[in-house]
Design a protein around this ligand. Structure first.
Ligand code: DWN
Ligand code: SAH
Ligand code: ZN
Length: 409
């Protein structure tokens, strides 16, 4: 067990700042008759690169263990996220995709939540998606999908077949990919000189500010900042030309990269870089402070759930998120403390949560007999979920939140 590793962006030395211990695959929901002895675990720990300041996992999980035929997450499960991606598609159509016969490529298109709008607009597009089940859902919506991982070799094949792209887009996908050099070489090979690479991912600034430690799990390998992305771009012949803060998934940044020297960076880039410097975001002491907040949340959450059990209250989890694997496994939350988790995803229902083996049930099971408390694992969708679960509150139910701190609302 080593507490330094080599940076996957620049080769520098990465200093570990927090160890979550033994963790399972966050999206590996187990059938009831699974052989628990065979469950896969790895050491989940995060560190900061001394050179380029990229925050990253200390250990990589092999990609085929995570992204395969049975990958359960479907992006269209949230009405709010559907609107978010439709809005982005509309914007790209009226800005970057106005030339004749434009071509847009999406990495990790999942069930086609964004590309559906491109298909409907009759725009030439391609989704690159290694998880077969969700790729099929995209194809069923009329989206053109290539079932493979994006990497340099795939990019060269796409370029040979379809030509270069005006836009390469990736939402909540680039941060999942440790082999960054291959990705960016692929982007360079596939992008027109006038094109842009746009990607959005959870922002380290928001994770630290809100202590949203559950953004850290097997699939999330990198935690970007304007500073680390700017350096990563520079090292690969690209340039960070725009940033935009987003409120989705608990706070993200949408980064725009262009081939180096092609576009003038917006003021927003300099402004976000300045904020990061002022907040000392890329400093080990700040990240160690974040680690201390995580331990406090664990202590408070375990104390609350233990007290509620002693008082005979019922607690159910809401949203069998990938994020919740980190929370339940770090805190030791088993069915004794949270009797089941409800979730709308058919592929998760009737199974057990990874590592902690809490049964996953349907939202109907939640409303059949409301519990006293619902632990909101899908806190990033709080507004949407609380609005549709008004009746739970009216029946006297209360929500438990754990970021930025443990509280009942
Ligand atoms: O980065 C990733 C993001 C985009 O999606 C992936 N690595 C994996 C996944 O992470 P997650 O599972 O933490 O994402 P969500 O969007 O927070 O998951 C919400 C879960 O809650 C889904 O399983 C669907 C469910 N849900 C529900 O039961 N009722 C969601 C909504 C909005 C609802 O009303
Ligand atoms: N873009 C969607 C899906 C995010 S989940 C959204 O924002 O909701 C991450 C997705 O990335 C998964 O569907 C996974 O299969 C895909 N993925 C992982 N590695 C990839 C790679 N190398 N190339 C393309 N997609 C990848
Ligand atoms: Zn580095």
């Amino acid at each position: 067990m080593s507490n330094t590793s080599q940076c996957r962006v620049c080769g520098g030395s990465v200093d570990e700042f927090f160890d979550f211990g033994r963790q399972p695959l966050s999206d590996a929901f187990l059938p009831l008759d699974a052989d628990f002895e065979k469950e896969f675990f790895f050491r989940l720990a995060v560190g900061l690169c001394q050179e380029c300041t990229m925050v990253q996992l200390m250990e990589e999980v092999p990609r085929d263990r995570m992204f395969h035929e049975e990958y359960p997450y479907v992006s269209s499960g949230s009405a709010y996220m559907r609107e978010h991606f439709e809005g982005l598609a509309k914007r790209l159509l009226s800005t970057e995709l106005t030339a004749e016969d434009p071509f847009v490529v999406e990495l990790g298109c999942n069930d086609g939540v964004m590309l559906k709008a491109m298909a409907e607009a009759g725009v030439r597009h391609l989704g690159v998606e290694p998880s077969g089940g969700v790729a099929d859902l995209a194809a069923a919506k009329g989206v053109r999908v290539r079932k493979s991982f994006f990497e340099e070799s795939a990019a060269r094949e796409i370029e040979a077949e379809d030509g270069r792209a005006d836009v390469i887009y990736a939402a909540n996908t680039l941060c999942h990919i440790p082999y960054m050099q291959s990705i960016l070489a692929g982007v360079r090979a596939l992008l027109k000189p006038t094109g842009v690479f746009v990607f959005e991912d959870p922002y380290l600034g928001d994770i630290v500010e809100r202590s949203s430690f559950d953004q850290i799990y097997d699939e999330h390998f990198f935690f970007f900042t304007a500073r680390s992305v700017q350096r990563m771009a520079e090292l690969n012949g690209l340039e960070l030309v725009d940033v935009e803060r987003l409120t989705v998934h608990g706070g993200e940044v949408r980064y725009t990269l262009a081939p180096a020297g092609r576009r003038t960076p917006s003021d927003a880039v300099a402004e976000l870089l300045r904020t990061e410097r002022e907040n000392k975001l890329a400093e080990l002491a700040t990240l160690q402070g974040f680690g201390a907040s995580v331990l406090k949340i664990r202590e408070d959450l375990v104390a609350l759930l233990t007290r509620l059990r002693e008082e005979g209250r019922t607690v159910v989890g809401y949203g069998a998120t990938a994020k919740s694997a980190t929370v339940t496994n770090l805190c030791g939350i088993t069915p004794e403390l949270v009797s089941f988790v409800c979730d709308t995803t058919p592929a998760k229902q009737g199974r057990l949560t990874p590592g902690t083996h809490i049964p996953v049930r349907t939202p109907e099971d939640f409303s059949a007999t409301y519990p006293d408390y619902a632990l909101l694992f899908a806190w990033n969708h709080a507004e949407e979920i609380m609005a549709k679960e008004q009746a739970f509150r009216e029946a006297g139910g209360r929500w438990i939140l754990y970021v930025p701190d443990v509280r009942i609302v």
